[in-house]
Write a protein that binds this ligand. Structure first.
Ligand SMILES: Cc1cc2nc3c(=O)[nH]c(=O)nc-3n(C[C@H](O)[C@H](O)[C@H](O)COP(=O)(O)OP(=O)(O)OC[C@H]3O[C@@H](n4cnc5c(N)ncnc54)[C@H](O)[C@@H]3O)c2cc1C
Length: 411
């Protein structure tokens, strides 16, 4: 009987495990943290799940937050100092559930359905032993842990330094828009501030993500210490939102604007990296990298978890289709998964650069024409279409034409 070992219980590993489980394929998950440790830990991200992720979760029967009033219906986009301001429908409705709630719940589903979880940190040496125990090992252990097994792929890695400094947190004191939405406030030259209605352990909160251009005016929030001086940290955040994201600031009630707790903030930076996709860890025995263990993108376009989920589903389909998980299998898997991931990397890396004139033209057209705005926001769920629309002048012109034609056809 086929047996798959999965290292890491993030969204990538869990989506893979739950999908294989649905197909009756035995898999064992290796977890360095218990559900309780995840629940009690630091905020790991401010993920919005949307696009294909939502129907995948329904198909897996892990859509525990469907039917609540948590659906994120729109994305509101504006750029400071420009007339750009528009909104469009989030692809498939989005959801931002604290991953400290989301992941333990999915892990519980996996275990309740008979899945086994082995606790303890998997070292590279142990991974080499696991490939002998399983037909295939999938390493889905996140961005910080895979380096020794899967070296950086310089041909596919566009950057070698972080392009943004990050500060993500959960906050009280921000009123939500109706219909509920994620707000992308672009501050050209300084960075971006994103705000999203989220469900945390104790109820509804606002996720705020500062994406600061290094050395720019937003950067101090990525380094300020909340623990050293909570009041000063909150005052700095308030001032930056006021100065750089007026669309968010106008919904803040100053007296109530507080971080929801000392562990509800995450600071740092990410070097966008693509690693080697697979390795032969013992003769004829292979490991494949999945999710952030393979590719880590800056969260600026909110794609990493959604890509991890999409790649997990694709890899599960391939595992179900095949019986030998040899080098040919690994090469095929890499081709199929890179087809999903490449446009995400391109689109995300491009988003961190100042927009060329044809992209500014698309944003301006979206401000004037709801059909274009709808098509632009919908494309967040389809990185290939987004790349096509933004990569070249011709692509942008064709995208605008299609969006306008579609609006005319609807009228
Ligand atoms: C601030 C921020 C905002 C973001 N916003 C979005 C967004 O809006 N939308 C989006 O799609 N993505 C977003 N992302 C990206 C997203 O969080 C990641 O891409 C995604 O969570 C990666 O999932 P993963 O399962 O691949 O890895 P991880 O979530 O890192 O999971 C890896 C798991 O493996 C475990 N582990 C690690 N080492 C070992 C080991 N040696 N042995 C056993 N287990 C191990 C870890 O404890 C962890 O549980 C954001 C990221 C950040 C930082």
């Amino acid at each position: 009987m086929t047996s798959i070992g999965i290292i890491g219980t993030g969204i990538s590993g869990l989506t893979l495990a739950l999908t294989l489980q649905q197909h009756g394929i035995e898999c064992v998950m290796y977890a360095d943290r218990t559900s309780g440790e995840i629940r009690d830990g630091r905020l790991p991200n401010t993920v919005v799940r949307y696009g294909g992720t939502i129907p995948r979760e329904r198909a897996l029967g892990v859509n525990h937050w469907d039917g609540t009033d948590l659906v994120i219906e729109r994305a509101y986009i504006s750029a400071l100092g420009t007339p750009i301001s528009f909104y469009g429908p989030m692809p498939n409705g989005g959801s931002a559930v604290d991953f400290r709630v989301f992941l333990p719940r999915l892990l519980e589903d996996f275990e309740n359905r008979g899945g086994s979880v082995v606790h303890g940190r998997t070292t590279p040496e142990l991974a080499r032993q696991l490939v002998e125990r399983h037909d295939l090992v999938v390493v889905a252990s996140g961005r910080d842990t895979a380096e020794s097994l899967f070296p950086r792929d310089p041909a596919r890695s566009t950057h070698s330094t972080p392009q943004r400094m990050l500060c993500a947190g959960f906050w009280h004191g921000i009123d939500e828009l109706e219909p509920r939405g994620i707000t992308f406030a672009l501050a050209p030259g300084a960075g971006e501030i994103f705000q999203v209605p989220a469900l945390a352990r104790d109820g509804q909160v606002s996720g705020l993500l500062f994406e600061a251009v290094p050395g720019g005016p937003l950067a101090p929030i990525a380094e300020a210490s909340y623990d050293a001086d909570p009041g000063a940290f909150e005052a700095l955040a308030l001032r930056l939102v006021h100065d750089y994201a007026p669309r968010i600031s106008e919904r803040i009630s100053e007296a109530d604007f507080h971080l929801t707790g000392p562990l509800d903030v995450l600071q740092g930076s990410i070097t966008p990296t693509v690693r080697q996709a697979w390795r032969e860890l013992a003769p004829g025995r292979f490991a494949i990298a999945l999710g952030d263990a393979w590719i880590v993108n800056d969260p600026i376009t909110g794609q990493g978890a959604n890509l991890g989920s999409a790649c997990a589903a694709e890899l599960a389909a391939l595992i179900v289709e095949h019986h030998n998980y040899d080098e040919m299998f690994c090469r095929k898997a890499e081709r199929r998964l890179w087809a999903l991931a490449e446009p995400v990397c391109q689109f995300t890396n491009a988003f961190m650069e100042p927009p060329p004139p044809h992209v500014q033209g698309v944003l301006a057209a979206a401000t004037e024409d709801q059909g274009v705005a709808d098509a632009f926001v919908t494309n967040f769920g389809d990185a290939g279409a987004m790349c096509e629309a933004l990569a070249t002048e011709e692509g942008a012109a064709a995208f605008l034409q299609r969006a306008r034609d579609a609006r005319v056809a609807r009228v």
